[in-house]
Design a protein around this ligand. Structure first.
Ligand SMILES: Nc1ncnc2c1ncn2[C@@H]1O[C@H](COP(=O)(O)OP(=O)(O)OP(=O)(O)O)[C@@H](O)[C@H]1O
Ligand SMILES: [Mg+2]
Length: 346
């Protein structure tokens, strides 16, 4: 009876600590939190204090006065600012806790495959410092594959490509293990920067990261439209020569040109992963195809670009943005069957 109650009210959780977004899955409840990985800090009299986290802090990015800083503590898929990351994890854990009695949860947390032992330890220790009782780590592409519903435990190769904000993780999974993986430190953030650079070089127009992300989500495209210039969008920014605000019209063909370099890098990563995949598993991929997850999977024609480059069938996972959280949540729910893929060491 008592065990049952703990089961129902357990606050054990799985966290997808992403460069762009953090998702928290609570046992028996599902994904209960999904917020940008942004923290706003007030610096006053040599001391700093967190004043906003998540959605509220993101709306401040690029718009803060001198004494307030909006920080993205995760960069390239790893922790760039330890103190602020820890504050952020603490804040999110507190937010999902509705019963103080069962504090000190067990936490499963995702790490990119390319992260070093030092980076893993930092993530592990941040979760402990944030109040976790026990912390296990799960590789991000494995979590993504489980969340996308791939048959990870079967002796059949499947390929997952998780295109996040900071990294693109490419992995071939079979028999519950990662047979091959590659992490490219290029993702949605690099696409935003490519757009900013394009606007500056081509139009002498300075735009911020928030505008660049908006353009990418609205009209972003991986392959230039087959006919014509595609959709258009009006962009406001600051003219670098005159210093005053101006507006220009951008076409999808131009956006495709602006995004070509980061997209090419991701495609090269997928191709080299295929070259390094053992032949028996490569043969499986012809039938199983490639599954895309992460926010970058939602970029228009991203699937088509990978299909063209590899000749393999490519599908976009349902709930691409939540796959990692859903997959680590599944591992949390049936821990015994996923034991081998969780690690408590680094
Ligand atoms: N419709 C869309 N089209 C293109 N890009 C998108 C779209 N929606 C979200 N994105 C981008 O996806 C990225 C966020 O994806 P996701 O939440 O999977 O990243 P993350 O898990 O936080 O990062 P990482 O896994 O690298 O740590 C952002 O760069 C965002 O701009
Ligand atoms: Mg991610």
């Amino acid at each position: 009876m008592f065990n049952n109650l703990i089961g129902i009210w357990s606050s054990d959780m799985a966290i997808d600590l992403g460069t762009a977004n953090t998702l928290v899955y609570v046992k028996n409840r599902g994904v209960v939190l999904n917020e940008p990985s942004v923290v706003a800090v007030l610096n006053q009299g040599g001391k700093s204090k967190v004043i906003a986290v998540g959605e509220e802090a993101k709306s401040m990015l690029g718009k803060t006065p001198g004494h307030i800083q909006a920080i993205r503590p995760m960069k390239d898929g790893v922790i760039a600012d330890f103190v602020v990351t820890e504050e952020m994890i603490k804040h999110f854990i507190r937010k999902v806790h509705n019963r103080k009695t069962f504090a000190n949860p067990r936490i499963i947390i995702c790490v990119p495959t390319g992260s070093t032992p030092v980076e893993r330890r930092a993530i592990h220790d941040s979760a402990l410092a944030a109040g976790a009782r026990k912390v296990s780590l799960i590789e991000e592409p494995m979590a993504a594959a489980i969340g996308a519903g791939l048959p990870v435990s079967e002796p059949r190769g499947s390929m997952i490509v998780d295109i996040g904000g900071g990294t693109s993780e490419i992995a071939v999974i079979s028999l519950g293990g990662i047979v091959y993986s590659r992490s490219v430190r290029i993702g949605g953030d690099a696409m935003d920067i490519a757009l900013i650079n394009y606007m500056r070089k081509r139009y002498n127009l300075l735009i911020g990261e928030a505008s660049a992300e908006m353009i990418k989500k609205e009209v972003g495209i991986a392959i230039s439209p087959k006919t014509g210039d595609g959709k258009t969008i009006d962009i406001k920014g600051r003219d670098l020569a005159s210093g005053v605000p101006k507006e220009i019209e951008l076409t999808q063909a131009q956006v495709a040109e602006a995004l070509s370099e980061p997209i090419q890098t991701i495609i090269e990563g997928v191709k080299s992963a295929l070259e390094d995949t053992p032949p028996e598993l490569a043969a499986d991929l012809v039938d199983m195809g490639v599954v895309l997850t992460g926010g970058g999977a939602l970029l228009e024609s991203m699937d088509e670009a990978i299909r063209e480059a590899t000749g393999l069938p490519v599908t976009i996972a349902d709930e691409a943005l939540s796959c990692v959280a859903l997959g680590s949540g599944k591992a949390l729910e049936s821990e015994s069957s996923f034991e081998p893929i969780l690690s408590s060491a680094y």
